[in-house]
Design a protein around this ligand. Structure first.
Ligand SMILES: Cc1cc2nc3c(=O)[nH]c(=O)nc-3n(C[C@H](O)[C@H](O)[C@H](O)COP(=O)(O)O)c2cc1C
Length: 365
């Protein structure tokens, strides 16, 4: 491997060498047999790009608008808890790298730093992610804090309503490791721990035991009464749910399988994207995350109807390599690879990327 990482897989390998094994396994791992984890990555390899020539494309403009916000590139960070596991600057570094790049940072409820500290470190576009908690007052309180701190949209993650079975964490006894839970009050932490203790599979994610498996679409109506922020539902993996989300009037959707961390043997997100776009794409901005590692992956997702994409694990790899600068390196590589893809397929703008960019192909082997 080159001394300097030249692609995201190099960043991954370097982080694996450097990080404590149990923390590495927590970040890299996924549910049960990790079948969906592999599929979510490999599915991109079965979509072919269609190069075009003599298009006169000498430069590209990657800027785009998502939920009314202008961003410089069609990719951003997924909400992921505990950036401090990878680097002491944690979410502060993530927010600064994203802001410098002109894109959105999604702040997880399970941050190593607080909602307010992240807001204060830099003035950039930020979204806040939380869950339907069993205790709706907890949710309303956290949403209010995010709103007061200037976050511009609310992501509600829906696919984590039950503790998952992540076997690497079980083998590593990861659930017993101390957690930083800066965004929760001590009472909320205790409540979460008591609920989590009921499941032998719980990986110990902060707040996890607080997530409400009883939530329904009707809860969106309640959520609208406590916030004016645009609401994005994360974890949509079927056309049926895409349609319901559009009918209930959410502002955005994220096609996501939570990095394959919750339910194994689902389809990959890139395979699922077309049915969600068909069901909801005319009414709602659709984003995607899962397995985005190359600039060409981003172009393929846009060709299939995503407005933008997000990435999770590469945040940790970049931070681990060098905090803010390390994550900036990850963002730059994605931008440069996307630029190559756009020039050589004759797509000078994001709007010019359509389904004619790609062809799905059967596996060669
Ligand atoms: C270590 C880690 C922590 C995560 N924490 C959260 C979280 O707090 N909230 C959330 O909505 N998703 C969380 N996710 C899922 C990501 O938002 C995202 O869906 C996933 O990482 C995308 O797949 P990728 O890692 O292949 O890019 C987490 C993922 C990882 C790897």
């Amino acid at each position: 491997m080159a001394a300097e990482p030249i692609n995201l897989f190099d960043f991954e390998a370097l982080a694996e060498q450097k990080m404590e094994k149990v923390e590495w396994d927590y970040i890299a791992g996924a549910a049960t047999d990790e079948i969906t984890l592999r599929r979510t990555r490999s599915a991109y390899d079965h979509i072919a790009l269609r190069p075009r020539v003599l298009t006169g494309t000498a430069s590209v403009d990657m800027s785009t608008t998502i939920l009314g916000q202008r961003i410089s590139v069609p990719f951003m960070t997924s909400p992921a808890g505990g950036h401090g596991k990878a680097h002491p600057d944690g979410e502060l570094a993530t927010a600064r790298a994203a802001a410098k790049f002109g894109t959105i940072m999604s702040m997880s409820a399970n941050g190593t730093h607080t909602i307010e500290d992240v807001a204060e470190t830099v003035d950039g576009p930020r979204w806040y992610q939380c869950y339907f908690y069993r205790n709706r007052e907890t949710m309303a309180g956290m949403v209010k804090r995010a709103e007061d701190a200037g976050y511009k949209a609310l992501i509600v993650t829906l696919d984590s309503s039950w503790p998952s079975k992540r076997e690497r964490n079980i083998r590593n006894d990861y659930g017993n490791r101390p957690r930083e839970r800066k965004n929760y009050t001590p009472e909320q932490v205790k409540e979460g721990q008591q609920l989590a203790a009921k499941s032998k599979f719980d990986s110990g994610l902060s707040g996890r035991g607080q997530n409400d498996p009883g939530a329904t679409w009707e809860d969106l109506k309640w959520l609208r009464t406590v916030t004016d922020l645009p609401i994005i539902f994360k974890g949509i993996m079927t056309g049926e749910d895409g349609l319901l989300a559009a009918e209930y009037g959410v502002d955005g959707l994220i096609v996501s399988n939570h990095g394959s961390r919750n339910l194994d043997t689902t389809l990959s997100t890139i395979e699922t994207l077309p049915e969600v776009v068909e069901a909801a794409g005319s009414k709602v901005d659709v984003l995607l995350d899962g397995g985005i590692r190359r600039g060409s992956d981003i172009a393929k997702a846009l060709a299939l109807g995503a407005k933008a994409v997000m990435f999770g694990r590469p945040i940790f790899w970049g931070l681990n390599y060098g905090g803010e600068d390390g994550l900036t390196g990850v963002l730059e590589i994605l931008r440069d690879e996307l630029e190559i893809t756009m020039v050589l397929t004759g797509r000078p703008t994001i709007a010019s990327i359509d389904s004619s960019l790609i062809r799905k192909m059967p596996p060669l082997d």
